[in-house]
Ligand binder design. Sequence first.
Ligand code: SF4
Length: 274
Amino acid sequence: MPISKRLFASYNLWSLVAPAVGQERWHCQMKRGFIKARQHEPAVKALLAQATPPQRIGLLAQKGVYEFHQHTQLLQLPDGVERVAQLLRLSKSASEVQQRVIQILKNYRNAPVLVGKRIVLLTRGDEGFPRPIPIKRENYRFQLYASMDCIFTETDRTLHILDFKTGKSAFDRRQALVYLLAARYLYPQHQAVASFYNLEQCKQSDLIHLTSSQLDGVETQLALVAQKHQQDLSQYRQNPHEFSQVFPANPGFHCRHCPFHSICEFSAVKQNMH
Ligand code: SF4
């Protein structure tokens, strides 16, 4: 496998290269092209800068949990939810976003899953790109990006990586696999497990744990993702007019939820309007 300093992988890239189980019909490679190859074009950049309501809810929910743990007395106060809402400046958000985030904050106050845990890391969610983890093996080399929401230690010193979710989408196990791989490099002296917690449905996933050889398998998979993406990027940069061959469109009903439907010539939304 060729080695390039620019090779990188993350859960986000993996999810753009290959669909989650059960999502195959809706998977569109062209979205990856917009996000990872044409992201600096003004029209694409403007669309990427607009957070969709689900993205805003996810971000505000994470910030809400963060604020509750910065000011733990707010978990006890009768108006704790309203105070966190003020810290989040929730009144500036659309009413759908406000309603759902208030419910999330109430849910969390009623079942604060991190109370009593020894928290190692709890992010606000808007910190930007994490520092890359260099992965160097004989056959491949790439930078791994893994932004984790929260890590705490269990009583037996096992690290527990918890990812907060909102909305109705099923948990994508691959995200946990990437976190566990990152933990192997960041906290090599610890065992680690990962899980998801949906703040809207108050639903906890099973614990996910991998053996060392399973982690090797995840790493190899990510090296392939990094390589595939780099090859596609090189091909597109050499022949920008081949955008739709390098990143094929898969139009359909799902185009309605795609941030690029207004500029995508293959969008099923636009075609239906004509
Ligand atoms: S609008 Fe549809 S075809 Fe175009 S990038 Fe989005 S999902 Fe793909």
